[in-house]
Design a binder for this molecule. Structure first.
Ligand code: ATR
Length: 292
């Protein structure tokens, strides 16, 4: 027997790997290639996952080229989620409700399925990792952009006592509330109308974190033992995470857990295998602490 040939047999042939990618603009700081590589190693799946800088005006051509060349699935991030929603041949219920797609999957019949795993990712992080019990709680979402739209339906499914969307431009919050009111009661308001109110869970879905800013939040907004959750994530605590800690939150965290959880849902859709998320969240969290 040829020993050399035998040892080569154990090395996965990358030319045979199924190909996946994340498209976005900008994309150079994306953690998705790292996360999917860790998932693939953990589950023994042979796949390649790359990041591609794709501006909005090039999305359709880039997605067509990717799938024509045999690509199996895409993640789409800012600013491409609505374009991906339009691109899909068919949509899951979550993607339809969110009017946004973060996961495209080539299916057996050759059609492209559009999914949105952001809502499930957030809920998995809130309920499984942070051990929150959401039924009967008062929940506040700050911000009324695409990030808010993607999480309203899954939060309503948890049957909170109340769900309020507050936004700098109140009309945008009212539009989202109207769109989802058939699924459960949703209220909308501006930040000044929050005075005197109190919530068990406050989720920051504004883009303010990206510039280390905060919406104007009144004192007393967070209930005792309440939780603050920033959908954004960074190597250092965001302004909102710091606000939560300063306002007595029992837990005040950023969206690293949601990022890994939404990736795990996409991985499951593509590969039919569910990776363990806790070791990946733990590793990424440890690595970012070491960079500080
Ligand atoms: P995304 O798709 O990430 O949600 P978006 O659609 O641009 O991004 O929405 C950004 C959200 O952050 C909006 O709700 C925006 O408020 P407006 O609708 O009034 O523009 C909110 N936002 C951005 N910067 C903010 C800031 N400094 N303070 C408060 N809200 C802010």
């Amino acid at each position: 027997m040829n020993d050399n040939r035998n040892s080569f047999a154990n090395i996965p042939d990358s030319s045979l790997s199924d190909r996946y990618a994340v498209f976005g603009h900008p994309i150079n700081h994306s953690k998705s290639p790292r996360i999917h590589k860790l998932f693939a190693e953990q589950t023994g799946q042979n796949l390649a996952y790359s990041a591609q800088d794709v501006p909005a005006d090039n999305f359709t051509a880039a997605a067509d080229a990717f799938f024509s060349a045999g690509g199996k699935g895409l993640n789409c991030t800012v600013p491409l989620k609505e374009l991906a929603w339009r691109y899909a041949d068919r949509l899951s219920e979550a993607a339809e409700a969110a009017k946004a797609v973060n996961t495209l999957a080539l299916t057996a019949d050759g059609s492209i399925l559009g999914e949105n795993t952001d809502g499930t990712g957030l809920l998995n992080d809130l309920t499984a990792n942070l051990q929150l019990n959401l039924p009967g709680t008062a929940i506040l979402i700050l911000g009324a952009g695409g990030a808010c739209r993607g999480i309203v339906a899954p939060l309503l499914k948890q049957k909170p006592a109340s769900l309020v969307i507050a936004n700098r431009t109140p009309a945008k919050a009212h539009t989202i509330a109207d769109d989802f009111n058939s699924l459960g009661a949703v209220d909308a308001c501006g930040y000044d109308a929050l005075a005197g109110r109190c919530f068990d869970l406050i989720i920051n879905a504004t883009a303010a974190s990206l510039s280390d800013e905060l919406p104007p939040l009144p004192a007393g907004l967070l209930a005792e033992n309440g939780t603050c959750y920033d959908l954004a994530y960074a190597n250092r605590p965001t302004a909102f995470v710091r606000w939560g800690l300063a306002n007595g939150a029992a837990k005040s965290v950023d969206g690293l857990g949601m990022l890994v959880e939404q990736a795990a849902e996409a991985f499951y859709i593509w590969r039919g295998v569910r990776p363990a998320t806790a070791p990946v969240i733990g590793l990424l969290d440890q690595e970012r602490r070491e960079t500080n």
